[in-house]
Design a binder for this molecule. Structure first.
Ligand code: PMP
Length: 358
């Protein structure tokens, strides 16, 4: 009898589908979303705009209006092109698909964003995970040695890194780009919360592109990622993009949101300040090691992360358990920065959980 197991590649049979735990009614600090909802006046304006959208028609295939709005809002260098993805996840897939020649390798640092490895696996491309050093610092010598040994076609650098929150030194990333025979994708999903970005200088590199997303800015539900780079790269990736990957409602809502970018900038500024307050509070707690972050989350290490996770959940607070993933993350939880009230509730619940074991 014909079975999936007989026909599907073993590495796909071994995968588990991306799982998101139910979060209804909970304080949701697990997915790096912006916790602020749109103000009522803007909701009404957005609804009016969406009511004008002709959903009987296919979208503009290349999303020119969104690209023009992004160009202005994000100060995209004039000489560079943009490519839109259904979330930056889709862009990772497109880039990997384009570079997946037989024998090609994809390299990333570990622990980092799990989709780099997952997409390599899905495409049957060899993946090289280069371990980060103590406290998740980029080990420049090890990175350069791995690049020299494996000569990867594609390197992903999460800048800042998820789930550790740190921003690798720009000089080290520069050295990696120069040493890599392939393409380097600087994944700036968290750039709104970070002190540095490669966007203003990426045009200087023949082999680097910057990837970003509107998700962490407050628009996770729209699913809109964008890639910025030279035409010779983006033109090739564009050939692999499925037609109409950004639907008409996301197109219209993204244009609307980008016209109100000041609101999202103000929210991200508030979240950066909240992150510092949260980090300071976590650092002051006995039994918690907090890692400095340039993103909208803080990674912590605890003696009994599983129990704390379960206690928080019982108290209505959902965070991300990383325990059980990469060995360097044993005992780690990732706490998304929420509103001040949500962060205070989380800190109180954490203190209560830790007090039980003291
Ligand atoms: N890159 C990194 C480093 C991320 O953490 C995420 C989301 N967790 C993404 C890309 C994907 O984001 P999205 O698909 O929502 O654009």
């Amino acid at each position: 009898m014909t079975t999936p197991a007989a026909l599907i590649r073993p590495e796909i049979l071994a995968l588990t589908a991306y799982h998101v735990p139910p979060a209804a009614g909970m304080i949701k600090l697990d997915a790096m979303e912006n916790p602020f909802v749109l103000p009522e006046s803007l909701r009404a304006e957005l609804a009016a705009q969406l009511a004008q959208v002709d959903i009987n028609r296919y979208p503009d295939p290349s999303g020119e209006a969104v690209k023009a709005a992004l160009r202005t809002a994000m100060a995209v260098p004039e000489e560079l092109e943009l490519l839109l993805g259904n979330g930056s996840d889709e862009l990772i897939q497109l880039i990997a698909l384009a570079l997946a020649k037989p024998g090609a390798k994809i390299l990333a640092f570990e622990p980092s964003f799990v989709m780099y490895r997952m997409i390599a696996t899905m495409l049957g491309v060899e993946y090289v995970g280069v371990p980060l050093g103590p406290d998740f610092a980029l080990d420049r010598a090890a990175a350069l040695a791995a690049i020299a040994e494996h000569r990867p076609a594609l390197v992903f650098v999460s800048y800042p890194n998820n789930p550790t929150g740190n921003l690798f030194p720009a000089a080290d990333v520069d050295a990696l780009i120069r040493a890599t025979p392939g393409l380097v994708v600087i994944d700036e999903a968290y750039s709104a919360f970070a002190e540095d970005s490669f966007l203003p200088r990426v045009a200087h590199y023949p082999n680097a592109v910057v990837m970003r997303t509107l998700s962490k800015l407050g628009l996770a539900g729209l699913r809109l990622g964008y890639l910025v780079g030279r035409r010779e790269w983006l033109g090739e990736f564009d050939k692999l993009r499925l037609p109409y990957n950004i639907n008409v409602l996301s197109n219209a809502a993204a244009c609307f949101a980008l016209r109100h970018i000041g609101l999202f900038d103000a929210q991200t500024a508030e979240l950066r300040a909240e992150r510092e307050a949260l980090f300071a509070a976590l650092q002051a707690m006995d039994g918690v090691k907090a890692y400095p972050s340039q993103a909208n989350f803080v990674l912590v290490r605890l003696a009994d992360a599983d129990r704390v996770f379960t206690d928080l959940k019982a108290m209505g607070i959902l965070v991300k358990r990383l325990h059980g993933g990469h060995p360097a993350l044993s005992g780690c939880l990732r706490l998304t920065v929420g509103t001040p009230e949500e962060n205070n509730a989380m800190l109180a619940a954490l203190a209560a959980s830790l007090a039980k074991s003291a």
